[in-house]
Design a binder for this molecule. Structure first.
Ligand SMILES: [Zn+2]
Length: 278
């Protein structure tokens, strides 16, 4: 076992509860509800699925609101998903969900090292870079609360010191871009814009277990509901969870539809299993 791989196992300890956000007492308001409990076996898959969902909703916002993007759109919407999921104040459930996301990218990077393709020319940053970018935003949001986690993840101290600037720039940029489309707080219980519809297509037989797992706590639907009540969308959006013979998720501009393939969620589950057995 290489040091890098051992580190992944250590990081997995995070969402198993062996890493605890001790200095971050729980309470916060945000797009990800905190007034729910998630079973340990669902945390990793739900966290990564939620990140994918907000990443694709980021693409939808860029498209529907005709937002300017400077730099790679993939980096920008990763940033949107991260600042959406990182709680403003410490929160046990939401801290664990973003830790699951960061750990997920780390392991995907390790798997790429084991023979996967490294697409330097790709639209996306490399998995390891996506991992470090999220860890940097986490520690940038809370230097004390995520310091040890960031250090364990391999982020050098001198980089940790600059991460609060990364976090503030990412959060403030999205807030300024989205401010004209925010619902007024006193209307926060109503959807003022076009609605978002969530559809769960029938899963394949081998996907039924994960299908039940991602639905049993209602977190994905609750996260979408909060999103729909936060921003006034100019057109209806559909989010479709579906079998599609591909471990993928994407925004289709013409249909104004986000597709999240059950195969991708299955891959998160497989990553979890792979990580556990190393
Ligand atoms: Zn994307």
């Amino acid at each position: 076992m290489t040091f890098q791989k051992r580190l992944s196992v250590v990081l997995f300890a995070g969402w198993l509860g062996m890493w605890s956000p001790m200095d971050r007492p729980a309470h916060a308001e945000g797009l990800v509800p905190s007034d729910i409990t998630i079973d340990d076996d669902a945390l990793f898959v739900i966290g990564n699925t939620l990140f994918t969902l907000y990443h694709e909703l980021g693409h939808a916002l860029v498209d529907l609101l005709d937002l300017p993007v400077i730099g790679r759109e993939e980096d920008a919407v990763d940033g949107f998903a991260a600042v959406t999921m990182i709680p403003e104040t410490p929160d046990e459930v939401r801290d664990a969900l973003i830790v699951a996301v960061a750990d997920g990218w780390r392991v995907q990077g390790d798997l790429a090292d084991d023979g996967g393709e490294r697409a330097y020319w790709g639209e996306h940053a490399l998995d390891e870079q996506r991992h470090y970018a999220i860890v940097c935003l986490m520690v940038g949001s809370d230097q004390d609360g995520f310091y040890d986690y960031a250090l364990d993840a391999g982020l050098p101290e001198e980089r940790i010191e600059t991460c609060s600037e990364d976090f503030q720039l990412m959060r403030d940029s999205w807030e300024r871009l989205l401010a004209p489309y925010e619902q007024p707080p006193h209307k926060a219980e109503t959807v003022l814009g076009a609605p978002i519809t969530v559809i769960f297509d029938e899963p394949m037989e081998q996907q039924v277990r994960l299908f039940d797992l991602i639905r049993r706590d209602g977190l994905l639907e609750a996260g979408v509901d909060r999103f729909a009540k936060r921003f006034v969308l100019p057109a209806p959006v559909t989010i479709r969870f579906a079998p599609c013979n591909d471990a993928n998720a994407y925004w289709s501009p013409w249909e104004r539809e986000i597709t999240i393939c059950y195969e991708l969620i299955d891959e998160y589950d497989a990553i979890l299993t792979e990580g556990m057995i190393r």
